[in-house]
Design a protein around this ligand. Sequence first.
Ligand SMILES: Cc1cc2nc3c(=O)[nH]c(=O)nc-3n(C[C@H](O)[C@H](O)[C@H](O)COP(=O)(O)OP(=O)(O)OC[C@H]3O[C@@H](n4cnc5c(N)ncnc54)[C@H](O)[C@@H]3O)c2cc1C
Length: 338
Amino acid sequence: MITLTDIERSAYKNVWVVAEVLAGNIEAVTHELLGAARELADARGSEVWAVVMGSGVTEQAGSLAAFGADRVVVVDDPQLTDFVDEVEAEVLVRLIEKHKPEILICGATTRGRALIPRVAVITNCGLTADCTGLAIDSDTGDLLQTRPAFGGNIMATIRCSNHRPQMATVRPRVMAAPDAQEGRQAEIITEPLNQNDTRQLKKILEVFHSDETAVNLADADVIVAGGRGVKGREGFDLLRQLAARLGGAVGASRAAVDAGWIPYAHQVGQTGQTVQTKVYIACGISGQIQHLVGMQSSDLIIAIDKDPDTPLMQMADVAVVGDLFEIVPELIRAIPKL
Ligand SMILES: Cc1cc2nc3c(=O)[nH]c(=O)nc-3n(C[C@H](O)[C@H](O)[C@H](O)COP(=O)(O)OP(=O)(O)OC[C@H]3O[C@@H](n4cnc5c(N)ncnc54)[C@H](O)[C@@H]3O)c2cc1C
């Protein structure tokens, strides 16, 4: 195994965040990661750099300073209009070789999950995917990357001591975004797209939007979620009515999705979406660890279950013991239509 000497390791500095821009807007996960990167960099006395790749993205680059970036590397080229993992990976590897970051983090989004593993392979570095917590050993610079392991039954903290940069992807909504500091400035470093960056094996013929991804649980302030206790599709119709009264979205446990009562796009948890909503109302969900990791950061958790001893009822801010088929209709009656 190739390992770095202390001198080689010390050549790697700063914490990088690979920014994500969608339809001209910086995605919220980028702000969340900048907050985490700021804490890691402060512990190491180093800087936070953001990397923005895309077409027409220079405009957005400056805004990243407000969330903690000290420098922003921008690669703005029409050839980066559509995301192609092979191309962005080449760009990122070249930037890594040139600037040598100690740590590189990216959202565990569809894009991040396609991009960062490629970069990790090319640079011969480790990658911890789907982290739920990041800390640092301030002496060695080892990133302490925490994520659920063994089906979510334990939380593992992983180090990649022998290689640099250390890379991790983090799920959206797991970390809180810092407040924007207006007036904060960052140095903008413009890098060109090189000839070698544009090698790709695949060609994009068409881009279309799937209805499945239209369920945006991540941005909902209220989620009414159902589990096996909802008992079927009709039960979810009831939850939809409650969600509509509250201006919210409908979520589900994997048991409900696996039963075919509601599409996968609604699933919350380890193998579904991670949400950090203002109010999470769980109906007939027992709250196994794989579900909890997807919603436990919500501000107010209300659980409705017949069994007062389930993990979710025990951790909820408000636990309502009873039959959801009696309680949910009562709530719908009590809450006026929006
Ligand atoms: C690798 C792996 C990944 C996984 N990923 C996920 C994931 O992303 N998301 C996820 O949710 N799960 C996931 N799971 C599955 C998870 O372990 C649980 O099996 C699942 O969350 C259970 O769903 P549930 O709470 O709806 O069902 P149950 O555990 O069966 O709970 C049903 C609850 O409904 C209550 N109930 C029944 N009838 C009523 C009623 N009339 N009124 C009120 N309450 C009632 C019961 O008391 C019970 O508490 C994963 C598992 C593995 C191994």
